[in-house]
Design a protein around this ligand. Structure first.
Ligand SMILES: [Fe+2]
Length: 488
């Protein structure tokens, strides 16, 4: 069966959901969000839940009752060449399939991005290298995951939940040799996955590539959508954009500020305008849901924006759920010769490329070579990432070190050690990926290691503070949070 035909069959099995919310269980508290919607004229048609503990997800599925649930995964680094040989992969896939079944989710959405590459760890997503070889690898890794999802399909169903690949945001820069739409076209020509088109992410592609200087946003979006495999788009995300915390002091007098993807921030008018363009595209044939991503957003803003979206887009989305418009100009399926030796060579080269990627963005190597040409031509974006965004990520984001280890941090200057030396230490060498990704725990353990190497007299104190943190973290994850209070 052709890839195109197989996708068609899988897409038919995905229910039409409508306008929903993509949420985190705790931030803001989902119980509070849903009880607020009980007093509202408009309610979400579905909830896409970000990965959480099984206890929390079980509580959610009991609490929300009839509302369909979908799953937003995390930690499956399908852009990475070592994905298929990761030591804990089987355990992760078992965990994911059990959570998908718990929620009865029709899909597994995952960003086409990573937080770990070549032995280096980051706190937030980095997009793939946009090259043909990287697209092939992603398609093959998705096929591996989809096979696992199909094996654990629910009784009476032909397929497991459909893998949805989300187009990731750019955080100031992009590396690669092909365009973003071409990349996703290559992936979908090789494997029958669905796609998530995120409106804010699309805006960052315009803002942080040469497109911004070459065309208007509207023309860019029009061309992008004509080249992107819109036929495979199952879900659309829309969320806020904002200046990053580390750059808020900068007053930027330009049409498009240096915004990045920011779920806590209001949805910008420019994003509503792009969404109108997307929903009007004739190739959007398999849309099953549009979700406002609202994790970390104030509850009142969530309810207000959802009502605005319902009024503005409700009829259009309802119509898209009902009809299957035809799309002129289909894509010819590509034949693959499947030469295993060449694929293996590509994988090895990619491994080296991703190690370089991590070293370049952490400032340990200059950007050179065809994939980094755009960055060499205009290094300002990478510099913003390297000198403002990344230090904030390691020292502050997901737990500020001065809050996590207050006593140890107070003692460091007496030992002649500056706290920000931790950043250079973090990236000074690759470290084996020996456990499933958890940035908070990793940051905690690495900081204790750093203190042991650079200020050993403080090691006992750092270990003590880490022990207290670990206990608090385990208690929080044990399900004692307020969501369960909403459950009967
Ligand atoms: Fe998204």
């Amino acid at each position: 069966m052709s890839v195109e035909r197989e996708f068609e069959r899988r897409a038919q099995a995905v229910p039409k959901l409508g306008l929903g919310l993509s949420v985190d269980v705790y931030s803001p508290d989902l119980g509070e969000v849903m009880s607020r919607f009980q007093r509202s004229a408009f309610r979400p048609a579905y909830l896409e839940i970000f990965r959480a503990t099984t206890t929390a997800l079980r509580a959610v599925s009991r609490y929300v009752g009839e509302i369909p649930l979908a799953y937003h995964g995390e930690g499956l680094w399908i852009t990475q060449p070592d994905f298929s040989s990761m030591p804990f992969l089987e355990r992760e896939l078992t965990h994911v399939t059990s959570e998908l079944n718990l929620l009865r989710s029709p899909w597994l959405n995952h960003e086409c991005a990573t937080k770990q590459m070549g032995g280096y760890t980051f706190g937030t997503y980095l997009p793939p290298l946009y090259t043909a070889e990287s697209a092939t690898l992603v398609a093959d890794n998705i096929a591996l995951v989809q096979e696992q999802l199909d094996q654990s399909r629910r009784p009476g169903e032909a397929f497991g939940p459909l893998f949805l690949l989300e187009m990731p945001p750019l955080t100031y820069f992009m590396a690669g040799t092909i365009s973003v739409p071409e990349y996703f076209r290559l992936v979908t020509e090789r494997t029958p996955c669905g796609l998530v088109l995120d409106i804010g992410h699309l805006w960052t592609v315009y803002r942080y590539t040469a497109a911004r200087r070459q065309s208007s946003l509207q023309d860019f979006v029009e061309r992008f959508l004509d080249e992107f495999p819109m036929d495979q788009v199952i879900e659309i995300h829309i969320a806020g954009l904002a200046l990053h915390e580390a750059g808020r002091h900068a007053v930027v007098q330009q049409e498009y500020p240096e915004w990045i993807d920011a779920h806590a921030a209001p949805i910008q008018p420019v994003c509503w305008a792009i969404l109108d363009q997307v929903l009007a595209h004739p190739c959007l044939r398999h849309l099953r849901g549009v979700a406002l991503e609202v994790d970390t957003k104030p509850v009142e803003l969530i309810v207000g924006e959802f009502a605005a979206a319902r009024r503005r887009l409700g009829p259009v989305i309802d119509r898209l759920m009902e009809v299957t418009p035809s799309c002129s100009g289909g894509v010819e399926p590509v034949t693959h010769d499947g030469r295993a030796h060449e694929a293996e060579m590509d994988r090895r080269f990619l491994e080296e490329d991703y190690v370089r990627y991590a070293q370049i963005v952490s400032g340990h190597e200059p950007p050179t070579g065809p994939a980094w040409k755009a960055v060499v031509d205009d290094p300002s974006g990478l510099e913003r990432y390297m000198y403002a965004y990344l230090p904030h990520e390691i020292l502050e984001w997901g737990g500020a070190l001065t809050d996590m280890f207050p006593e140890t941090c107070r003692g460091l200057p007496e030992e002649g050690v500056a706290l920000d030396e931790f950043l250079a230490w973090w990236f000074d060498r690759p470290r084996p990926t020996d456990r499933p990704y958890d940035f908070f725990l990793l940051k905690m353990d690495r900081f204790v290691e750093f203190v042991g190497e650079r200020a050993s007299t403080l090691l006992a104190l750092a270990r003590h503070e880490a022990g207290t943190l670990r206990q608090a973290y385990e208690d929080a994850n044990a399900g004692s949070r307020s969501l369960t209070e909403f459950c009967p």
